[in-house]
Design a protein around this ligand. Sequence first.
Ligand code: FE2
Ligand code: FE2
Length: 302
Amino acid sequence: MTIAVEKPEHGSQVEDQNQISESKKLPQNGFAVPESNAFGQSFRDYDGSVRQNTVERCYQLNHINQTYDYVKRTREEYGKLNREEMSIWECIELLNSFVDESDPDLDEPQIEHLLQSAEAIRKDYPDEDWLHLTALIHDLGKVLFHSKFGELPQWAVVGDTFPVGCAFDESIVYHKYLKDNPDYKNPAYNTKLGIYSEGCGLENVLMSWGHDDYMYLVAKENGTTLPPAALFVIRYHSFYPLHKEDAYHYLLNEEDRQNLKWVKIFNQYDLYSKSKVRIDVEKVKPYYLSLIEKYFPSKLRW
Ligand SMILES: [Fe+2]
Ligand SMILES: [Fe+2]
């Protein structure tokens, strides 16, 4: 059966081609952008992806179910951090058996993606050790898939994120499915600002629930000494409507605007390191263990 698929409204494919050429013009950090992903296709190509139907279905469920009430309830529940006690490295090992269904570019164990991102950013920003560790841990919130964490469905763990409690911006990928979200017709939530005020700061905005916000809560509540920019990158790295489409700027405060530049830098490595670059895990492990020790307690509550 052939399923006709509408192109995402803002044409991820076209814009990503532009983004790749832009990134290639970055000699100051020397990051060589690969031409293709693990499937030999261009990045974030939702239409041509071999996993297109799975990806689209995941977004459909995400967009229908991520209501303000759902997010508030789920965030409160997982914010208790009463499910597991483990170190950062133990979490990396736990995650290693998962593949992210929402991601059209990635078909490798998570540890490869984490270390590819971290090593690429380390090469270009050798002095920002906090950024190396941020790259290593940015996706650890995907443990939400695990049975110890209630085996949340894909739509509640991965995919691009967006604010709830105010109107859904048209730049959100597969925006058409948001019309089936009950909040779409709720007058309290469907105006430009909804329950928020201009410039209120992202800290006061509820984001669709997923691995970003969960890992932010884990890091913060366990008393990490990582700088605020690191927490911002972890919390908003899937917020493509902001860092790629430049939507929702009316919710930002001055601190958000400062931190946004780090998310944009980080995103190049998050996206383009998902390629066939192999990393010798045992060789780089001691360096990352030293960073974990510097910025985190030995055991964390999850
Ligand atoms: Fe992620
Ligand atoms: Fe990632």
